[in-house]
Design a protein around this ligand. Structure first.
Ligand SMILES: C[S@@+](CC[C@H](N)C(=O)[O-])C[C@H]1O[C@@H](n2cnc3c(N)ncnc32)[C@H](O)[C@@H]1O
Length: 171
């Protein structure tokens, strides 16, 4: 299975051995690729729409991963029980949609050890929202896949460090 640079960079931020929830999974390429590489234990692949869920089931069947991936149709984190996923990936949507998904089910979002988020636009507003809602930025990647740049943000629970202009000054 081949995935593009953007999805591979997202995949590389997913912790080894975790239970992954891929929200807005579409074809389920992210969880199935990670399972093929034996990098995650199992996955829940969620999508709001029937077509993407069908596409996800097709990929899962094609790679014989039906014992390790459960495809669930529903909005955002509503497909998850509290604490069910160690890592939640939400990729390929606008920052405002990602924020709404997290806000709508804060307890479920907070129960994951790591969020891996890839907004198509509005990354700055997503960073600000995360830092003002009890997450800290654990890692960031910038993917240059011409003609696009993609920003990928990994966030974990904990206070955001307080920076001052003086601390950030060079020289
Ligand atoms: C552009 S695709 C991204 C697919 C994949 N995550 C990726 O990054 O390649 C966006 C997917 O998110 C789904 N989606 C949009 N809003 C959603 C929501 N509130 N909850 C779950 N899925 C959603 C859409 O149905 C679509 O399949």
């Amino acid at each position: 299975m081949h995935i593009d640079k953007r999805l591979e960079t997202i995949a590389n931020l997913v912790p080894q051995g975790c239970v992954l929830a891929d929200i807005g999974t579409d074809h389920a390429y992210l969880p199935v690729w990670l399972l093929e590489k034996q990098r995650i234990a199992r996955a829940i692949a969620g999508d709001i729409a029937a077509g993407p869920c069908q596409a996800a089931r097709t990929t899962v069947a094609q790679f014989g991963q039906h014992e390790h991936v459960e495809v669930r149709q529903g909005s955002g984190l509503k497909v998850l029980a509290l604490g069910e996923a160690d890592c939640i990936a939400i990729a390929g949507m606008g920052a405002s949609t990602i924020i709404s998904i997290l806000e709508d089910d804060m307890e479920v979002a907070q129960s994951a050890k790591l969020l891996v988020l890839q907004p198509m636009a509005g990354a700055a507003s997503l960073r600000a929202w995360l830092c003002s809602h009890g997450w800290q930025l654990a890692a960031e990647e910038l993917v240059d896949d011409a003609p696009h740049f993609y920003e990928i943000i990994a966030a974990k629970r904990g206070p955001a460090p307080a920076y001052s202009v003086a601390e950030c000054a060079v020289g």
